[in-house]
Design a protein around this ligand. Structure first.
Ligand SMILES: *Cc1c(COP(=O)(O)O)cnc(C)c1O
Length: 233
C-alpha cells in the first residue's frame, strides 16, 4: 500500500514531465499537489517519504488535525481547496499556506483579518465557476475583475491567481473551461495584477490542464486510491 503510493507519485511525476515537454511548457512549471482529503495520516506519511511535500485538503477540521500532527515537518505546505464557509475562515487563515476556493468578499475579508501577523500573507486563488454549474462554488467570469481588484487590496492576502474545476466526464467542455480560465488570468495580468497561478486539473483531466497552462494540479485518487469515507460535500 505504502509502496503503491510512492510508485504512483513517481509515475505521476514522470507523466507530468512528459506532458510539460509535449505541450512546450517549461520543465518544472507544473507543480503537483497531493489531495489528501479523507485519507489516513499514514497515507500522507507515505507520500512525504516519497518526496511529496505539498498537500491539499477540503474539510477544515479534518485538515487541521493532520496539520497539527505533522507540524514539526517544516517542508510541508498546505492548500485549502474545499468550499469555504465563513465560520471556518479563521481556522483556515491560521493553519494553511494557500486557499484556492475564495469566492466571496465576506470570506476574503475574514481570511485577511484572521491571518496571524507572524505568518506570511495567505496565498489565495479565486475560484471561478466558468461553466456556471449550479452544483459548484465560484464566482462568474463577469464578476472576476472587480472581485480580484478588491481581494488585491486586502492586507494579509496575496492574490496569486485562479482556480476552477473541469466538467465531469466531458473532455471537450473541460478543455474549453481551462482555456477560458487561462484567458481570464491573462486579462488580470494585462490590468497590472501580479498573478501567476492557474489551479486546475485533477485525476480525470490533468493532461488537459497542463495543455492549457495549469501551474498547480490537484490530484487525489490517482495517488492515494479510494478515499476512506464518502464525500460529504
Ligand atoms: C477532491 C478534489 C480534487 C482531487 O480529485 P481526484 O479526482 O481525486 O484527483 C481536486 N480538486 C478539488 C476541488 C477536489 O475537491
Amino acid at each position: 500500500m505504502n509502496d503503491d503510493i510512492a510508485t504512483r507519485i513517481q509515475q505521476l511525476r514522470e507523466h507530468i514531465t512528459a506532458l510539460e515537454q509535449y505541450y512546450g511548457r517549461p520543465i518544472g512549471s507544473v507543480k503537483l499537489l497531493a489531495v489528501s482529503k479523507l485519507q489516513a495520516l499514514s497515507a500522507i506519511q507515505s507520500a512525504i517519504a516519497a518526496g511529496q511535500y505539498s498537500f491539499a485538503e477540503n474539510y477544515c477540521q479534518e485538515a487541521v488535525e493532520k496539520i497539527i500532527a505533522l507540524q514539526q515537518d517544516k517542508r510541508l505546505e498546505w492548500h485549502f481547496i474545499g468550499t469555504l464557509q465563513s465560520n471556518k475562515a479563521k481556522a483556515v487563515a491560521q493553519y494553511f499556506d494557500w486557499v484556492h476556493s475564495v469566492d466571496s468578499l465576506t470570506v476574503a475579508k475574514k481570511l485577511s483579518k484572521h491571518r496571524p501577523a507572524d505568518m506570511l500573507a495567505l496565498q489565495v486563488c479565486l475560484q471561478v465557476n466558468i461553466a456556471a454549474e449550479k452544483s459548484k462554488s465560484g464566482i462568474s467570469l463577469a464578476q472576476l475583475m472587480e472581485f480580484a481588484l478588491a481581494v488585491q487590496q486586502m492586507p494579509r492576502l496575496q492574490l496569486r491567481g485562479l482556480m476552477t474545476m473541469g466538467v465531469h466526464g466531458q473532455s471537450v467542455a473541460t478543455a474549453e473551461v481551462f482555456a477560458q480560465l487561462q484567458q481570464a488570468l491573462q486579462q488580470l495580468q494585462q490590468q497590472g495584477l501580479a498573478v501567476d497561478t492557474l489551479s486546475m486539473g485533477m485525476t480525470e483531466d490533468y493532461p488537459l490542464a497542463i495543455a492549457a497552462g495549469a501551474t498547480l494540479l490537484r490530484i487525489g485518487s490517482k495517488i492515494f486510491g479510494d478515499r476512506l469515507k464518502g464525500e460529504t460535500q
